[in-house]
Write a protein that binds this ligand. Structure first.
Ligand SMILES: Nc1ncnc2c1ncn2[C@@H]1O[C@H](COP(=O)(O)OP(=O)(O)OP(=O)(O)O)[C@@H](O)[C@H]1O
Length: 576
């Protein structure tokens, strides 16, 4: 910022020199004479000169100064753009990093459209418009001040008049447009969120949108947002340009009034020379003033971006979670234990899970079942370590998982119900988030075997390199789940968690996936969360949950005997 201000000041000084040099040139052209000191200086430098040669030397000096100023101006602009675009990309990266290190709960409460607006639109608005605007405005303001200092030396009367005249014009323009710029900035930011809000649901639920024939509804909402953006952008450009026309008229009127003033108070020769200098200065002042106006529009509308980022950063700062790696999670394989765990969501009145004691013995399969709202997903989030118990402990091999979150994350792997598959190769979908040259081919083959994916890959046209479409569109539900299991296994977890991983599958496919998981038994601890009891039939221990508490615990047959509610559900599922 300091360098930018210095650069702007340097260019303003050159501007001053350029304008100052035009004064003796104008005097020479109009009156045929110039200040004796300057005449003496030229005499010392070039010997005695004819008037034509003197004019030529002075004209060359003015042109030289302007050329140097322009070249420096281009260099300065290039340097500024380099700095500001770099800062802008750094700010976007930092904001993305903040979004990625916020707590899981605060992330869940966010809106994707707003995240996109903040990173992709508000940051450029704040940097491109506000920061760059301030620097450009500073350069222009300094240039104008510099020119006025020179003009003040030429004619204090004319300068005072010009300052008052243009100052009043500028202030009135500002007072008319000031609020409009901000309102337009708000509209631009709002329409960005709205266009996303129309696009995301339509594209994410393409099939439902098609069958329910709601395409036009979403296209209409998108069009509304885009039209509102176009109208706001049009108004912003117009508001930014409007002052130009006002100033142009002001310039002609101002020059006429100035001529009147000068010719009333000064001899006509001197008045003509002064007017000439003012006319020359005005050709420089006018575009600069126009730019200053446009910059002010840019800054005001961009301020909305700055405010959005400020709010977003304050909010993110208060929800940042540092996931340290202390290396304290014990090496090797151990049991996982919940003791007296209770948890209440910040906005819920009562604890969602209460005083839970759960054991997940090493190498065994443990299942969590229960009706909707029983607390299964909450327990799973506690187990993953993305939320923390209010009371009680979760320990792995006797060490709380809280003391080493990163160490703990490296031991667990999750197969969610809706696996997010990207439109990329099978290979990249399994080794998710790993650079190509770092993919461990041996491990890849191993997990493909373990997830019983070999036949699927053999049937694909380009095998492992086949692109599987957005959300794995080329694959069946069961195949997607297998890719999900392979992805989870690629991380070599000690605890594999399946969250309703088979709930959307038909019985036969569910059976196959269950067999795949059963085949992993003994090699790792498996935790299955399910509604459907058929999925958990083979689990060594089943926790039957009701309203956040363990209603019953045991093997499948054991629970059918001991829990009437469990037995009822098993009968409903044709399992008892
Ligand atoms: N982010 C949240 N904020 C407040 N309450 C929540 C939040 N998430 C879940 N709950 C509440 O906690 C309770 C348990 O929810 P949870 O999702 O753990 O149940 P579940 O057994 O997994 O249900 P389902 O089988 O329907 O997914 C529910 O009453 C739910 O409304």
């Amino acid at each position: 910022m300091i360098l930018a201000a210095l650069g702007s000041a340097g260019i303003a000084v050159l501007d001053m020199v350029g304008i100052a040099a035009t004064l003796p040139l104008m005097q020479l052209i109009v009156t045929g004479s110039m200040a004796p000191a300057l005449q003496a200086l030229l005499g010392t430098l070039f010997g005695s000169l004819e008037i034509k040669s003197t004019i030529l030397i002075m004209a060359c000096t003015v042109i030289g100064v302007l050329v140097v100023k322009s070249l420096l101006g281009i260099g300065f602009r290039w340097w500024m753009l380099k700095k500001s675009t770099k800062l802008e990309s750094e700010a976007s990266i930092e904001l993305f990093r903040l979004f990625m290190s916020t707590t899981y709960l605060s992330h869940k409460a966010r809106n994707l459209g707003e995240i996109n607006r903040d990173i992709s639109a508000a940051v450029p608005q704040a940097f491109g418009q506000v920061a760059m605007g301030f620097i450009a405005g500073l350069a222009d303001a300094l240039t104008i001040i510099g020119i006025f200092i020179v003009l003040l030396a030429v004619s204090p009367l004319a300068t005072t008049f010009t300052v008052i005249f243009f100052g009043a014009a500028l202030l009135s323009i500002q007072s008319v447009f000031r609020r409009k710029y901000r309102a337009v900035g708000l509209e631009l930011a709002e329409s960005d969120v709205n266009s996303w809000a129309a696009m995301i649901p339509a594209l994410s639920s393409f099939r439902e949108t098609r069958v329910s024939m709601k395409e036009e509804h979403f296209i209409g909402r998108f069009a509304e947002a885009k039209n509102s953006r176009a109208s706001a952008a049009r108004r912003l450009s117009m508001f930014a340009e409007m002052p130009k026309y006002v100033l142009e008229v002001g310039f002609v009127v101002g020059l006429g009034l100035l001529a009147l003033l000068l010719f009333s108070f000064e001899p006509s020769n001197a008045a003509t020379a002064t007017l000439g200098v003012f006319a020359a200065a005005s050709t420089r002042i006018l575009p600069t003033l126009n730019r200053l106006q446009a910059t002010s529009a840019m800054i005001r509308s961009g301020q909305v971006g700055l405010e959005l980022i400020g709010k977003c950063v304050r909010d993110l700062d208060s929800t940042q979670e540092v996931y340290a790696s202390s290396g304290r999670i014990p090496q090797g394989r151990h049991d996982l234990e919940f003791s007296g765990v209770s948890y209440r969501y910040p906005d819920s009145e009562f604890p969602v899970v209460q005083n839970l004691d759960l054991d997940f013995p090493d190498g065994k399969t443990t299942a969590l079942v229960g009706g909707s709202g029983a607390g299964k997903s909450t327990i799973l989030d506690l187990l993953l370590g993305v939320i923390r118990p209010d009371t009680g402990t979760i320990e792995y091999g006797g060490t709380s998982i809280d003391v080493d979150p990163r160490g703990w994350f490296s031991r667990v792997s999750l197969v969610p119900q809706d696996i997010y598959l990207v439109n990329d190769s099978v290979e990249r979908n399994i080794a998710f988030g790993v650079d190509d040259d770092e993919i461990d081919r041996e491990l890849l083959s191993e997990v493909i075997r373990d997830a019983q994916l070999e036949d699927v890959i053999d049937s694909l046209p380009q095998g492992l390199s086949t692109r599987i479409g957005e959300w794995g569109a080329r694959l069946s539900g069961g195949q997607k789940q297998r890719v999900g299991i392979a992805r989870a296994l690629y991380r070599r977890p000690q605890i594999l968690i399946l969250d309703e991983a088979t709930s959307a599958l038909d019985n036969l496919t569910e059976r196959k996936i269950s067999d795949t998981v059963t085949a992993l038994a003994g090699r790792m601890t498996v935790v299955i969360v399910a509604h459907r009891l058929s999925t958990v039939r083979n689990a060594e221990t089943i926790y039957f949950l009701e309203a956040g508490r363990v209603a019953a615990r045991g093997g499948f047959e054991d629970l059918v005997q001991r829990s009437p509610e469990f037995a009822r559900l098993a009968r409903l599922g044709g399992l008892a």
